[in-house]
Design a protein around this ligand. Structure first.
Ligand SMILES: O=P(O)(O)OC[C@H]1O[C@](O)(CO)[C@@H](O)[C@@H]1O
Length: 254
């Protein structure tokens, strides 16, 4: 698979792969191992550009008969406030198109926060309760924002934070504008799992691809554990694996 580094850095297992394809495949293999070990797994899933290839790999493994999602349950990290599940840019649509419709997961076992919830605090509480009632998340997949955010926990998010409504930063709105026709169409708020919600997952796999993520990864692995870099809180968890391509890891382990 072309590993360059497979080591533990400040309590986090770091796997550096030769390119983005290998990093995505390594991430897919970790998820596939989880499903083989426990077919009833509760998976925490992520959106954004980063996991696209990983989802393609999982679909291939499923088509080859190597994994099944038939007994699995999923909870997504976040959703834009104000977008219905049918909106093409909603994270519900993203998940339906990129993964759920292409594997054997039961639609009723897939959970994404409802961007149109009329009572957002009640919806967030119910989302947390639903995760707990399914026994908690076995494996949480994460990406990372350029500013060190995980899910939509922007800098300043508390380590105790739970699923809640949040404002997006200008930086995140600008970065995510590529998925919309214009920056004005990017919602300004989201519902996101909190840092504490994420840290309750039994295992966490964070995938980062490309040189744009290097600074965030450096702060996460080597900087202070601080709410200014939400991903740095992952160092408080014993079961985190970070998978990087060579570009994201460039200069970090020289
Ligand atoms: O994978 P991308 O598109 O670089 O996004 C990185 C992170 O930003 C988010 O899309 C939120 O902005 C996360 O869900 C994701 O992990």
């Amino acid at each position: 698979m072309g590993f360059k580094v497979n080591d533990v850095v400040n309590g986090i297992r770091v796997i550096v792969c030769e390119d983005s394809d290998a990093a995505s495949r390594t991430t897919a293999d970790l998820i596939a191992d989880q499903l083989r070990e426990r077919p009833q797994s509760v998976l925490g899933l992520a959106t954004g550009g980063t996991p696209l290839k990983t989802y393609e790999n999982l679909i291939e493994l499923h088509r080859d008969g190597q994994i099944s999602f038939a007994e699995a349950t999923s909870f997504n990290l976040d959703e834009y406030v104000g977008l219905s599940g049918d909106h093409p840019q909603s994270y519900r649509s993203f998940m339906n198109q990129t993964l759920f419709s292409k594997v054997d997961i039961a639609p009723e076992r897939t959970h994404v926060p409802d961007g149109l919830a009329s009572d957002v605090p009640a919806h967030c509480t119910a989302y947390e309760d639903s995760i707990q009632s399914h026994g908690g998340i076995d494996l949480q997949l994460l990406g990372i924002g350029h500013n060190g955010h995980i899910a939509f926990n922007e800098p300043g998010s508390s380590v105790d934070s739970r699923t809640r409504r949040v404002d997006l930063t200008d930086d995140t709105i600008e970065k995510n504008a590529r998925f919309f026709d214009s920056p004005d169409e990017v919602p300004r708020e989201a519902i996101t799992m909190g840092i504490a919600t994420i840290l309750q997952a039994k295992k966490i796999v964070l995938l980062a691809i490309g040189s744009g993520k290097t600074a965030a990864i450096k702060s996460m692995l080597f900087g202070e554990v601080t709410d200014e870099v939400p991903a740095s809180f992952l160092r408080q968890h014993v079961g985190v694996t970070v998978v990087l391509d060579a570009a994201a890891a460039d200069g970090l382990f020289d």
